[in-house]
Design a protein around this ligand. Structure first.
Ligand SMILES: Cc1cc2nc3c(=O)[nH]c(=O)nc-3n(C[C@H](O)[C@H](O)[C@H](O)COP(=O)(O)O)c2cc1C
Length: 366
């Protein structure tokens, strides 16, 4: 039996990850995300992750014009849960590592050691530039900054006083107390080879995506291969999956068709424009995914898994087993009803296909 962690990508931006006026118009509120996280915990999910985004895409759906700040939201969710991992995201370019080191120590205490940190080395010049915080670094430079950032944060979590004289940060006799009980898991979704290398060297795991089944498996195996080359055998890979369930395959496809009938082309164009501004566009894999989605006028990821719980379980199990994934992170159109379908029916189907989750064990008295 293969074992995987199961997580939910919290909809902290309005509309979730479907850019449409006919999809569920999810509110970017703490109350909604709290209901989702408590439900996920009750079903035995392993973690809830909040993204970080600062600027929306407008259009008739006002896509992501409302987004909750990741660390503060996860801090609240840490207080109102007791078992699930609470993972927050920061852009390394816009926060000093000593500021986040202390925030992490705080959420570590609130959560009793359940906090995980997702770091983003990139984004784009509009998202961070609107507040004058985009630094004019090329792709390599952004990962060099992230590398120094993580080094400083880890030192502050373990050393009493830190002196550091680097390219991006200078710390003099810097104290950071309290400390987290142990350094939190650090995850990064850098998907270029440079991104993977950075992640393998500095983090505990990698978030990854695929544009279709084969690409997913290839990318996941590539991450494991690079990790093995670097001598890291316990490096974890977490796939991010957009999933649209239905009672039957046909009903699931009808949902997708309906959401696509209301695709918000204006918001997609704004997203495409925003990511096209990145001077290192060639290397930014996420930017290229967004641009391709915009051009194809798809309201959601073109790699979405669409079907009955049985179909979804079979397709997910295939990617998990063949890509040797350690975790599944899910996006769904509706994070209450659809999440229940994933947490109960798909989890059962995964079990039947040889993929074990804590959610299954939790629901069956394990
Ligand atoms: C699961 C997942 C979560 C991500 N979260 C964020 C986020 O919160 N904010 C953000 O700006 N980018 C986010 N990204 C984008 C990546 O961090 C990264 O910038 C992108 O994959 C480009 O990597 P590259 O520069 O190595 O090509 C996420 C990607 C994935 C797959």
């Amino acid at each position: 039996m293969t074992s995987v962690e199961l997580g939910v990508f919290l909809p902290v931006g309005n509309g979730g990850w479907i850019t449409s006026t006919t999809s569920p118009q999810l509110p970017a509120t703490y109350a909604y995300n709290k209901s989702v996280t408590i439900l996920a915990e009750e079903m035995g999910f392993d973690f809830a992750l909040a993204m970080a985004k600062w600027r929306g895409y407008g259009g008739p759906s006002q896509h992501w014009d409302f987004t909750l700040e990741s660390m503060s939201i996860m801090s609240g969710l840490a207080e109102c849960t007791s078992r699930i991992g609470v993972w927050g995201t920061v852009h390394t370019m816009i926060f000093h590592p000593a500021v986040i080191a202390k925030m992490v120590a705080g959420i570590d205490e609130i959560s009793g050691g359940r906090f995980g940190l997702n770091i983003v080395a990139g984004s784009n010049p509009a998202d961070l530039g609107q507040m004058g915080l985009w630094q004019d670094l090329d792709h390599e430079g952004r990962y060099a900054l992230a590398e120094e950032w993580v080094t400083v944060a880890k030192r502050l979590w373990t050393e009493e006083r830190v002196d550091h004289d680097g390219r991006f940060y200078k710390l003099t006799d810097c104290m950071s107390n309290p400390k987290p009980k142990k350094a939190p898991p650090i995850i990064c979704a850098g998907a270029s080879d440079r991104g993977f290398r950075f992640t393998i060297k500095n983090c505990t795991g990698s978030f990854l995506l695929g544009s279709n089944r084969d690409d997913f498996v290839k990318t996941a195996l590539r991450a494991k291969e690079l990790a093995a080359e670097a001598g890291s055998d316990d490096f974890k890979t977490y796939g991010l999956f957009t999933i649209v369930p239905g009672a039957t395959d046909k009903q699931a496809q009808e949902r997708v068709d309906y959401y696509n009938s209301g695709v918000d082309a204006e918001a997609l164009d704004n997203q495409t424009r925003e990511y096209s501004m990145d001077p290192s566009l060639k290397q930014n894999t996420m930017a290229n995914r967004f641009i391709a989605q915009g051009e194809s006028r798809n309201s959601m990821s073109p790699a979405a898994i669409i079907g009955s719980p049985e179909t979804i379980a079979r397709k997910l199990a295939d990617i998990v087993i063949n890509g040797k994934l350690n975790g599944i992170t899910v996006i769904v159109p509706d994070f209450i009803d659809d999440l229940k379908t994933i947490g109960i029916d798909v989890v059962q189907g995964l079990h039947d296909h040889g993929v074990q989750t804590n959610a299954y064990a939790h629901q069956h008295g394990g």
